[in-house]
Design a protein around this ligand. Structure first.
Ligand SMILES: Cc1cc2nc3c(=O)[nH]c(=O)nc-3n(C[C@H](O)[C@H](O)[C@H](O)COP(=O)(O)O)c2cc1C
Length: 447
């Protein structure tokens, strides 16, 4: 078709209107939702290097319902927090834990909140907590892990399309319309183009403004190459209904994302693991391309300090951003405070800020005093203290081996037409919540 004819066809296609406080996913290279790796500092890092939009980590509906909204007076961040349940032990004194944190200035117009849900009423209640502070609400319909699917959430929703449709419709009418933001969904491909098409055809009629497709089937492992042969069909179904289609799976850079968008006729591209490894993948070659890891880590640590990120979470992503064999990596892992981390990494310019944050977070004292009497602080307890409830609910407490991106690490040929046999997910990957962190070294989280 000539480009004139193409643009005439494009002009004739409908478009679900983008609400006043929402955002159009068209033409965007975006940061994927990632439990643990998608907290505020990583999102700011991605935005700094050129991500057009950022998805927050999946947050389970029940985790955000009941949260109180506070503005942190020191940095202006909005924090949704609640008292931890302490496993029903009223004798334990605890601090409010921050379930979700966002930057209303730097993320303005660019943040999509992703939710794990299996119930329209809970989804609406949860979305209303954050709706005034975000540009979109996305429903995770791709997480294959048992903690998600056993509750009917994540990839289980792909098998219960009536429920998924009712969740999306409820969100569109009860949250998207009053708050004037967009509702979207993130799915995986199904076994055949026909079943995927049947599902997508229903989803695009719910009033959503965007659909992201992770080009792997539910049983596929993150290391297996993405399958792209259904993509053009999915994009066509979306376009006929006026919905933006974002592709995901083995996109490694802005330039590659733009080329893939052109090749498959999709509207946007989403990057996960490549951004975890080096967030400057969002920077075009023409603007400098990938930055050296020390520059990226310096910026990351600065954002962590500015946003008062939990040290345990900070160290988790440092683990991903610093090349594994590097001595600095071993040093950073040993840090017990932000000051310690900055000194070990030789980022002396950050030390004054780090000292202040250690005081605010009480990190120095925590380590000097040790665990309170009668509450031995095992490694597992320490981990639990450092992770927020949503990450735990979504399995984010497991640690992952580095170097999981198949693209960066040559994980095999690109598959174009065949669907692999189901992997032994249950036995190969035991329920993450039950694995003590040190034993879970090679377990991967993906959705
Ligand atoms: C650490 C990690 C956490 C993830 N958490 C989520 C999540 O919260 N919600 C979601 O929809 N997908 C999640 N995913 C899946 C990614 O969003 C993405 O779909 C997947 O990694 C494929 O993209 P990639 O090939 O660029 O890595 C996660 C992936 C990783 C690596």
């Amino acid at each position: 078709m000539s480009s004139v004819a193409e643009s005439a066809t494009a002009a004739a296609l409908p478009r679900v209107p983008i609400p006043a406080n929402g955002v159009d996913y068209r033409g965007k290279i975006v940061l994927a939702p990632m439990v643990r790796s998608g907290e505020l500092p990583s999102r700011l890092l991605a935005l700094k290097y050129g991500a057009d939009l950022v998805w927050g980590p999946e947050t389970i509906d029940r985790a955000i319902i009941g949260c109180e909204r506070h503005v942190n007076p020191r940095n202006g961040c909005i924090e949704f927090s609640r008292m931890p349940s302490n496993g029903g032990r009223p004798d334990i004194v605890s601090k409010e834990s921050v379930i979700y944190r966002l930057d209303p200035v730097r993320e303005k117009g660019r943040l999509v909140f992703q939710m794990g849900t299996a119930n329209p009423e809970l989804a609406v209640q949860a979305a209303k907590v954050v709706a005034a502070d975000v540009s979109g609400i996305d429903v995770n319909s791709g997480c294959p892990k048992p903690f998600s699917t056993s509750g009917g959430m994540g990839a289980a929703l792909l098998r219960t399309p009536d429920k998924l449709v009712s969740i999306l419709e409820a969100l569109v009418h009860e949250v998207g319309e009053p708050f004037k933001i967009g509702i979207s969904v993130k799915i995986r491909i199904l076994e055949t183009p026909e079943v995927t098409e049947a599902l997508v055809s229903r989803l695009v009629r719910t009033g959503i403004t965007g659909l992201t497709v992770h080009c792997r089937t539910t049983p596929m492992r993150p290391r297996e190459r993405a399958i792209r042969h259904q993509l053009r069909m999915i994009a066509d179904v979306c376009h006929k209904a006026g919905v933006a289609c974002v592709m995901n799976g083995d996109v490694t850079s802005r330039d590659q994302g733009l080329a893939l968008m052109e090749e498959f006729g999709v509207d946007g591209a989403m990057i996960a693991t490549a951004a975890e490894t080096n967030s400057s993948c969002f920077r075009a070659e023409a603007d400098g391309g990938l930055a050296p890891w020390r520059d990226v880590v310096h910026e990351y640590l600065r954002f962590c300090i500015e946003s008062e990120n939990r040290l345990g979470n900070t160290k988790y992503l440092l683990n991903m951003l610093i090349p594994g064999k590097n001595q600095d990596f071993k040093e950073a892992k040993l840090s017990r405070t932000y000051t310690d981390a900055c000194r070990r990494l030789k980022f002396n310019d950050l030390v004054p800020l780090a000292i202040q944050l250690d005081e605010i977070l009480d990190l120095d004292r925590k380590w000097e005093l040790g665990p309170p009497e009668g509450h031995p602080r095992s490694k597992a307890v320490q981990n639990a203290m450092e992770n927020n409830e949503s990450a735990k609910a979504a399995g984010g407490e497991c640690t992952r081996s580095k170097a999981t991106s198949p693209v960066i690490h040559n994980g095999g040929p690109i598959r174009t037409s065949s669907i692999p046999a189901p992997a032994k997910t249950e036995t190969d990957q035991p329920a993450l919540a039950s694995i003590p962190a040190p034993m879970a070294q090679n377990t991967e989280v993906t959705a």
